[in-house]
Write a protein that binds this ligand. Structure first.
Ligand code: 13P
Length: 264
């Protein structure tokens, strides 16, 4: 593994300002600076600003969970990527909860990806099939459509700086939480890189970071991080628990160290 492992904690719609502050304090106590692991926290829009003043930036970077594609204007209730650009390094885009509960379409996701890149925020583009789509053998078609539309407007230099997170909906803890088999995930990660390679060439396909997400915790994370081509994890429920999240970071660090020994 020649790059850092990326661990992203998606807090979803959890933790008010004081609860978020408490979790950050606990994470600081438990997590040390890891050379081989990049740790990203994705609090709610409300808590991003206070959390930004509390984190040690040598340990943590920040991500938003969503933002609006227009930079400013009469869009009541929205926050733009332009407003977030000095606050966050990343933004999760196209999470299945946004696609399912908030009717985000392929085009909405594409516009948000472009807006993120325009504002120098790295998009973490989530793709994943539902259980029904999987059962009807549509997984690859769904992933192909989600992936290729999301990146359709990016130039070949912009594409290098995106992250893809494969999150099968059926594996997300709140949607059923089936434990995905690492071998199945390996096939899909290869499929994702093949799609990128087809559009942007092999070099780009190798450079793009691909994460896995869906019921990842401190017990399962190693099996996913050991999949060739898996660059990290997008963690939901377990990121709210400092024992579990710091455990995930420790395991990631071990996987990184082992990979270094193997390379030598
Ligand atoms: P869980 O880790 O709770 O399954 O959530 C995954 C997820 O949706 C992260 O974005």
């Amino acid at each position: 593994m020649d790059r850092k492992i990326l661990i992203v904690g998606n807090w979803k719609m959890n933790l008010n300002v004081s609860q978020a502050s408490l979790l950050v304090q606990r994470l600081h106590e438990r997590i040390k600076i890891h050379r081989g692991v990049e740790i990203v926290l994705a609090p709610t829009m409300l808590t991003l600003q206070p959390v930004s003043t509390e984190i040690d930036r040598r340990k943590f970077r920040l991500s938003a969970q969503d933002a609006y594609s227009k930079d400013e204007g009469a869009y009541t209730g929205q926050v733009s990527f332009a407003m977030l650009r000095d606050l966050v390094s990343y933004c999760i885009i196209g999470h299945s909860e946004r696609r399912i509960y908030f009717n985000e379409t392929l085009d909405t996701v594409k516009e948000k990806v472009s807006a993120a890149v325009r504002n120098e925020i790295t998009p973490i583009i989530c793709i994943g099939e539902t259980k029904i789509e999987r059962q009807s053998g549509e997984t690859k078609q769904v992933l192909h459509d989600q992936l290729t539309t999301a990146i359709a407007d990016l130039t070949s230099s912009e594409i290098d700086n995106i992250v893809i997170a494969y999150e099968p909906v059926w594996a997300i803890s709140t949607f059923g939480g089936e434990i995905a088999k690492p071998n199945d995930i390996k096939d899909i990660i290869n499929f994702i890189r093949d799609q990128i390679s087809h559009l942007y060439g092999l070099g780009t396909a190798k450079r793009i970071r691909v994460l896995y997400g869906g019921s990842v915790d401190d017990n399962t994370v190693t099996s996913y991080l050991e999949i060739p081509g898996c660059d990290g994890a997008l963690v939901g429920g377990a990121s709210l628990n400092y024992h579990k999240f710091s455990g995930i970071v420790d395991k990631a660090s071990l996987v990184y160290q082992k990979s270094k020994i193997r390379i030598k």
